[in-house]
Design a protein around this ligand. Structure first.
Ligand SMILES: [Fe+2]
Length: 428
C-alpha cells in the first residue's frame, strides 16, 4: 500500500532542515553500510553469546566497558530478578486465571498463543516487586542528558523513580507456529520522522554524525509524540526499555525473543533508509557498497512503514526492504532463560518473536517495561490508576469489556510496598 504523497514533503522538509543534508547523508550511508557488513557478520558468528547477560545481584558492580556493551547492543538478560518459585507460581496462577475466566481474550488459539489482560493478581504483584522495580530503575539510569540547562529540560524527571506500565502476558504452548511478530520496532512509527520532538532523538544522524548518535540521550524522548494517530495498542508513554519477565525455562527455538543487537547501527540505518533507493538487486553483494544506492527524495515511501487503521505501523524491517541488516541470520535469539530471569531491549531495538516453538513446555512471560518518572509518563499513570481502581483496561489498550468481573483480578493489597505504590501512582 502506497503512502500519501505528502510524505514526499516530509522528506524534503527534513532534507532542508539540516545543512548539506544530501552530502552528509550520502557519506553517512556509505559508512553505515560498511559498518553493517562488519557488525552483522560478527553477530551471526557469535550468535546468542552476543547478547549481554548479568546477574541481578551484580548490576551495580558492572564496569564501564560492560555497561557500554549493554548500551550499544541495546539488549540485556538480567538473571534472578525474582526467585524461581515465585515466577513459577505466577505462571500457574495465570493459567488458572485463564481457565476460570472463559471470556478472557487473547491472540491466536486459546491457551496456545495467548497474550492478554493487564490487572491479574500475578501481574500486579510482579510489576511492584522491589527487584523488578530496581532493575528497571537501573536501566532508566542508563539514559543521560547533554543539555546545558538540565534544570529546565529535566523538570519533573527522576530516572530513579520507576513507574508501572500495565502490559500483557503470554503463555505459549509448544508445537504451535505463530508468525504474528516479525521483526519490528515498537513505540512510534512514522512519528520518528514526522514528529519534530521525536526526530530530535536522531538529530546527529540527520546532521551526518551518525557515530555520535546517542540512543540513550533524553533530548527529544521526553516530549516525543510516539502516537500521533492514536491507534490502539500503541504505547503512548516513554519506555526506556521494553522487557519481559520469564515464568518458564525457555531456550532459543522455543518461541523466545529475537533482537537485532546493535541499536546505534539499526537506528542510523533505519532513519536514513527512506532517503535512498538501491540501484542493484537487494540480494546482490553490491548492496553493501553505498555507491550502489541513490539519494532519492522523489517517492513518499518510508520502507517498512505500513498504513494501518488510519495511522501507521512499523518500522517493520524485512530482508527485501532492509537488506543490509541480514535479518534472516542476524536477528539473534536471547539466551536460555529460567523462571525469574528478565530480558530487556531498548525502545528502538528491532525485535521479533520466534515463529516456531519446538520445546516441550509452555513459554510464558509477562511484559514489564522500564518506565521512568517524567511529566508525560506521570500523566499516563494517573489515567492508568483510574482504570486499575475501576477494573477497566489500561488507557493504551483497545476499548473492550473491563476486567473487574474476572476472578483473580489484582487489588490494592497486591501492590507490594511503598515503591510499588509510588510506581502505580497510588501514593506521591
Ligand atoms: Fe514489540
Amino acid at each position: 500500500m502506497a503512502l500519501p504523497a505528502r510524505f514526499i514533503d516530509l522528506k524534503v522538509e527534513i532534507a532542508s532542515a539540516y545543512p548539506d543534508f544530501e552530502q552528509n547523508a550520502t557519506r553517512s550511508w556509505v559508512e553505515i553500510l560498511e559498518e553493517m557488513d562488519k557488525v552483522t557478520k560478527k553477530i551471526i558468528e557469535e550468535g546468542v553469546n552476543y547478547i549481554p547477560e548479568v546477574d541481578f545481584a551484580h548490576l551495580e558492580n558492572l564496569n564501564r566497558e560492560e555497561v557500554e556493551k549493554i548500551k550499544r547492543r541495546g539488549s540485556v538478560v538480567i538473571r534472578n530478578v525474582v526467585p524461581d518459585e515465585q515466577a513459577v507460581k505466577w505462571k500457574e496462577e495465570l493459567k488458572e486465571f485463564v481457565t476460570v475466566n472463559p471470556t478472557v481474550e487473547g491472540e491466536g488459539v486459546r491457551l496456545m498463543t495467548t497474550k492478554f489482560d493487564s490487572w491479574t493478581k500475578p501481574q500486579v504483584q510482579a510489576r511492584s516487586h522491589p527487584n523488578v522495580l530496581a532493575a528497571t530503575a537501573w536501566l532508566n539510569n542508563l539514559y543521560t542528558t547533554s543539555s546545558e540547562n538540565k534544570e529546565t529540560s529535566l523538570k519533573g524527571v527522576d530516572l530513579s523513580v520507576p513507574l508501572t506500565y500495565a502490559d500483557r502476558f503470554r503463555i505459549r504452548k509448544p508445537g504451535v507456529s505463530w508468525d504474528l511478530h516479525p521483526p519490528h520496532v515498537d513505540g512510534g512509527t512514522i512519528e520518528r520522522w514526522e514528529d519534530v520532538s521525536f526526530r530530535r532523538c536522531f538529530e546527529q544522524i540527520f546532521q551526518g554524525n551518525w557515530r555520535s548518535h546517542d540512543p540513550f540521550g533524553l533530548e527529544g524522548r521526553l516530549d516525543a509524540r510516539s502516537s500521533l494517530y492514536g491507534r490502539p495498542n500503541q504505547s503512548s508513554i516513554f519506555r526506556t526499555f521494553q522487557g519481559w519477565l520469564a515464568m518458564s525455562e525457555t531456550a532459543p527455538t522455543q518461541g523466545t525473543l529475537k533482537v537485532f543487537p546493535d541499536v546505534l547501527l539499526s537506528n542510523a540505518y533505519t532513519l536514513l533508509r527512506p532517503f535512498f533507493t538501491p540501484l542493484v538487486p537487494v540480494d546482490s553483494t553490491g548492496i553493501y557498497d553505498g555507491k550502489n544506492w541513490k539519494f532519492d527524495l522523489s517517492t513518499p515511501d518510508f520502507p517498512g512503514i505500513i498504513p494501518r487503521d488510519g495511522g501507521y505501523a512499523g518500522p517493520r524491517p524485512t530482508p527485501e526492504l532492509y537488506p543490509n541488516m541480514r535479518l534472516n541470520e542476524a536477528m539473534t535469539s536471547v539466551p536460555r532463560v529460567y523462571p525469574g530471569d528478565t530480558v530487556f531491549w531498548h525502545c528502538d531495538v528491532v525485535h521479533s518473536v520466534e515463529t516456531e516453538h519446538t520445546g516441550t513446555g509452555d513459554s510464558a512471560v509477562m511484559y514489564i517495561p522500564a518506565v521512568p518518572l517524567t511529566p508525560q509518563n506521570q500523566a499516563y499513570i494517573e489515567r492508568q490508576k483510574e482504570t486499575f481502581l475501576t477494573g477497566q483496561r489500561p488507557p493504551d489498550f483497545p476499548k473492550g469489556p473491563g476486567e473487574a468481573e474476572y476472578i483473580g483480578v489484582g487489588t490494592m493489597e497486591d501492590v507490594i510496598g511503598k515503591m510499588g505504590q509510588r510506581a502505580m501512582g497510588l501514593v506521591a
